[in-house]
Design a protein around this ligand. Sequence first.
Ligand SMILES: Nc1ncnc2c1ncn2[C@@H]1O[C@H](COP(=O)(O)OP(=O)(O)OP(=O)(O)O)[C@@H](O)[C@H]1O
Length: 236
Amino acid sequence: MPDAANQANMKLLLKNIRLPVTGFDVMVDVELPQQVTAIFGPSGAGKTSLLDLIAGLRRPQSAFIQLQDDVLVDTNRRISVPSQLRHIGYVPQDLALFPHLSVRQNLLYGHKQESETNPVFSFDHVTEVLAIQTLTQRRVTDLSGGEKQRVALARALLSCPRLLLLDEPLANLDAGLKAKIIPYLARIKEEFHLPMLYITHDRMEVVALCDEVLEMSRGRIIRQSSIPDWNAPPAI
Ligand SMILES: Nc1ncnc2c1ncn2[C@@H]1O[C@H](COP(=O)(O)OP(=O)(O)OP(=O)(O)O)[C@@H](O)[C@H]1O
């Protein structure tokens, strides 16, 4: 059961990661102590592959992944916690909403019983924070892009996660919609105290929401900085 008070800082260890993708290996060895870490880098750098691995959707050649005190993956000891037991909320790039279901049915998919005994992640609180209470009877196909983004975020929160993985959650939205949704994300950060890994190409989102930045290039982390300094040359 997530304990909001203890989640402001995360301890996520990604050690000895080797994940073959087309053309190169994603190789990562890093400790992430901040609440919201942006993952920044050019298209094809391996950002989504890294999130897929943490979520349990991809198998690594080698990896040690620890979230707080729980080892999720340790290939040396043949440990690999199944994805549904990792308590990780994932909002993928395409949102993966079910078009044939209503908003409510989408939200209840993967909704964990614990979320109703934990007021922070209750259905009412999550839909209030994301301002989607009035949308629950609508079909997903009838929503705007920004509404779909908020439903996808709500669905991830209702799974009572200990870590939220967001893959370009505001991509494909115009500047006006981004400006509306960024405060929702800021509110999630403030109210749920959830650790997040946040892939984005947008420096404005990094500055608005994130505490730390990882920059990736061809599967490697080329810079980890707590205060974005976009003018400094890469450390490596
Ligand atoms: N399932 C897979 N198996 C092997 N290689 C893959 C797989 N999925 C993606 N790749 C390749 O891995 C590399 C990294 O892709 P990935 O989607 O992780 O990059 P990304 O940094 O998230 O890119 P973008 O910003 O465009 O989403 C790419 O060359 C891609 O073609």
